[in-house]
Design a protein around this ligand. Structure first.
Ligand code: DHB
Ligand code: FE
Length: 309
């Protein structure tokens, strides 16, 4: 059956009533949003003829997702986190803000309060035998002027694709650091090459992806928040070139501007100079921050972030 059973006027009246539109109490913005979402949901139920069983299956799905703290994982998987980025990109374009490094999704696995150091840091604790990765670059403003004292807050997965804190086998803040740029706006770190992340087996996220015939894999990537007073906060990632999922990211985070060259160094002299005994990888990547602007929505997102104990 595809015909709708309830008139749009009836749906509008039900939603308005449920969202408290007839009274003066409550938060006007919440009322506006609840009303709209209820209308859209009732129209979808009616036009798609969603059965009672289907409806309650959906509610059970969401209940379980909440119990497992999975909404942060589902949101990128159903493209909504990327969609919010596209809206912010367009708002910036309309406000005349251009030239900054491309943003992409934060994802659900950031932990606040990572150790802070000046100029450089080592991110790994030496327990992961992955390929050594050196990454370095400069933080600059739109005019090309280096920004000293910027904070490069970096986090990534280990060679199993797992993030510390969410993976109890890793030490607190492993592969997570905050690095303050030096006088020339430079940052530099040593770490290990991450592997791509896969959404947890048996998770609600995976169930949904399976049901729509998709996989739950991301290409290997490194996350960044770049902040500096007077500049717009940048939330972004780089992807590791050559990854099988580079352009098939379940979380829609890949952007072509965010795929730096990965230099594989196997020259014995360079290996020796780096104090290593096997080939390593090197990535150079500069970040460009836009100046703070009142004409565009803020890039500072208030979102719940855990901190390690
Ligand atoms: C998800 C995981 C990530 O590591 C990431 O960067 C983005 C999304 C997720 O599980 O949804
Ligand atoms: Fe990630």
């Amino acid at each position: 059956m595809s015909d709708s059973l309830i008139g749009k006027d009836v749906i509008a009246a039900l939603a308005a009533s449920a969202a408290g539109l007839h009274g003066a109490d409550g938060n006007p913005r919440v009322k506006q949003v609840v009303n709209r979402l209820l209308v859209d949901l009732m129209v979808a139920i009616d036009e798609l003829d969603i059965s009672m069983d289907e409806f309650w299956t959906g509610i059970a799905y969401l209940t379980q997702a909440g119990k497992q703290n999975e909404f942060g994982l589902i949101v990128p998987g159903v493209v909504l986190e990327h969609f919010l980025d596209l809206r912010l990109d367009e708002a910036e374009r309309r406000a005349g803000i251009t030239g900054g490094t491309a943003r992409t999704i934060e994802g659900p696995l950031y932990i606040a309060g990572a150790p802070l150091s000046k100029g450089e840091a080592r991110l790994d604790d030496g327990t992961d035998d992955g390929q050594v990765l050196f990454m370095e670059g400069q933080v600059r403003d739109i005019l090309g002027k280096p920004i000293s004292g910027a904070i490069v807050d970096v986090w990534h997965a280990n060679t199993m694709g797992n993030y510390s804190h969410f993976d109890p086998t890793q030490a607190a803040y492993n592969l997570r650091r905050r690095i303050e740029t030096d006088e020339e706006g430079r940052y530099r770190f040593r770490s290990i090459m991450p592997s791509g992340y896969a959404c947890p087996r048996g998770s609600q996220t995976e169930k949904l992806l399976k049901a729509v015939g998709r996989h739950g894999n991301r290409p290997a990537h490194v996350h960044f928040f770049i902040t500096s007073p007077g500049h717009r906060k940048l939330t972004t990632q780089i992807n590791i070139d050559g990854d099988k999922y580079l352009y098939d990211d379940f979380a829609f985070g890949t952007r072509s501007e965010l795929i730096p060259v990965v230099e594989h160094v196997s020259d014995a002299r360079k290996i020796d100079q780096a104090g290593l005994n096997k080939p390593f990888a090197r990535i150079r990547f500069d970040f460009t921050l836009a100046k703070s602007a009142i004409a565009a929505p803020t890039t500072i997102v208030n979102r719940e972030h855990a901190e390690a104990a």
